[in-house]
Design a protein around this ligand. Structure first.
Ligand SMILES: Cc1cc2nc3c(=O)[nH]c(=O)nc-3n(C[C@H](O)[C@H](O)[C@H](O)COP(=O)(O)OP(=O)(O)OC[C@H]3O[C@@H](n4cnc5c(N)ncnc54)[C@H](O)[C@@H]3O)c2cc1C
Length: 402
């Protein structure tokens, strides 16, 4: 493992990092290898899938609710612990890290709402820990459109969403669908649904509803078959006249744009930290292999070009880590700034891709095979440049905030 040069790690920080590392090494990596190899993504979520062990063991290791177990700490102390945890999760497996992370996504909105019916079911009840959440925001016709809130289309009244909630007496009725990319989409039991509430005002007039996914009228698509992050379940959610009490619409159109900004600020910062972990994993594999593989009569790490490539990868990972942590610490202790979270996400995911691709190159031919882990890391990193917003669209949003 590379040295972590974070200054003055406390005993508690080391303990969380070490527990996360053990879980990543012993549970996530072997499970992810199995899940990645499954030809049919439906098998990833089959009742006997190892995926469910991962969920159980994550809880058993005390890692599912770090926020609660560190509630007495300062915001900076919590951010430091969260950064160490997220990096280890990404080091273990980025697809599983996202699945486990987004499983708690609805809780933010339940807490924000303070509505007793939601708080009792999703935070206090004995089954609250078994719920699986998701962030249902993108749509078949609106991927980048949903996140590019600084761009002109966002306020264009002619842009109609694919999922619309209409007020009807004491209820909202939801009609439409979300994209095939919703993480945990076909296994989630509850959605934080970002949808249009007033089509006459464009995508800006959205709302966020907490939607139990066992309601009549909810159905799912098939799990999405894709290049990378294959252990991460994704798929469509359809809403056919789904009726929710009006109090489940926890964000209205007045605050919608601020909430998109707030969520993107947290999600992008977290992505940055996780993909530092993936970059670090790639670098460690490359260092290990370069010490073992002999060509030209000596280990390839004795050849100057390999040495300098490994050192460049090391610098890239350390620079990404420094940025990811600095942004997380700043945003936890100040009014958060989205442009810095975007810088972290874009820089760290690009770094993860560049470093994992270079790791494949250092492995040579075997780097392309399923026998070694680096081709999977490269596929996983490739997905991250589209996930949580295409990097170039995030760049447009970040630039608008400078
Ligand atoms: C691994 C993964 C996990 C995901 N998880 C979730 C999730 O949990 N919930 C969810 O709702 N969604 C999720 N997504 C969806 C993701 O947010 C979208 O894929 C992403 O925002 C891009 O949307 P799109 O795929 O529709 O591409 P499009 O928006 O169609 O973009 C296609 C291309 O056009 C470019 N482009 C688009 N608009 C513009 C513009 N205005 N100016 C210039 N260029 C433009 C883009 O940069 C891109 O290159 C996930 C995606 C992935 C890959």
């Amino acid at each position: 493992m590379l040295t972590d040069i974070e200054a003055e790690l406390t005993g508690q920080e080391r303990a969380v990092r070490d527990a996360a590392h053990k879980f990543a090494l012993e549970v996530m990596r072997p499970a992810a290898k199995q899940l990645d190899a499954l030809a049919d993504p439906a098998d990833v979520i089959a009742p006997n899938s190892i995926l469910w062990d991962v969920f159980k063991k994550h809880k058993a290791a005390g890692l599912n609710d770090i926020e609660a177990s560190t509630a007495e700490l300062t915001a900076l102390q919590r951010a430091r612990i969260r950064a160490l945890y997220s990096e280890e999760m990404g080091w273990g497996d980025s697809g599983l890290a996202i699945s486990l992370g987004v499983a708690n996504f609805h809780k933010t909105f339940v807490m924000m709402s303070g509505r007793p019916s939601l708080v009792d079911r999703y935070l206090k009840s004995s089954s609250a820990g078994d719920e699986i959440g998701c962030w249902a925001v993108t749509e078949p016709d609106h991927g980048s459109d949903q996140l590019g809130f600084t761009e002109p289309h966002f306020t264009d009244p002619s842009v109609r969403g694919n999922c619309i909630a209409t007020r009807d007496g004491d209820d909202y009725v939801i009609r439409g669908q979300k994209s095939a990319w919703v993480s945990n989409g076909t296994i989630a039991t509850v959605a934080a649904l970002f949808c249009q509430v007033d089509p006459s005002e464009g995508l800006r007039s959205g709302g966020v509803a907490v939607v139990p996914l066992d309601l009549p009228g909810v159905s799912r698509g098939k799990p999405t078959d894709k290049l990378g992050q294959r252990p991460l379940n994704q798929g469509e959610i359809f809403f056919d006249e789904v009726r929710i009490p009006a109090e489940y619409m926890v964000v209205g159109k007045e605050n919608y744009q601020n909430i998109v900004q707030m969520i993107l600020t947290g999600a992008n910062a977290s992505m940055g930290q996780m993909f530092v972990g993936l970059g670090r994993a790639s670098l460690e594999h490359a260092i290990g292999y370069a010490a073992e593989r002999t060509q030209g009569g000596r280990p390839i790490n004795q050849h100057q070009s390999v040495k300098s490539r490994l050192f460049k990868m090391f610098m890239q990972v350390e620079a990404a880590r420094a940025l990811a942590r600095r942004v997380a610490y700043y945003n936890a202790t100040n009014p958060p700034l989205l442009q810095y979270s975007i810088a972290s996400k874009v820089f760290c995911t690009q770094t993860a891709f560049d470093v994992s691709s270079e790791a494949v190159q250092i492995f040579g031919g075997v780097g392309l095979t399923k026998e070694f882990p680096v081709e999977k890391l490269m596929r996983d990193a490739r997905a991250s440049m589209i996930e949580d917003g295409c990097n170039e669209i995030l760049g447009l949003v970040g630039a608008a905030l400078l």
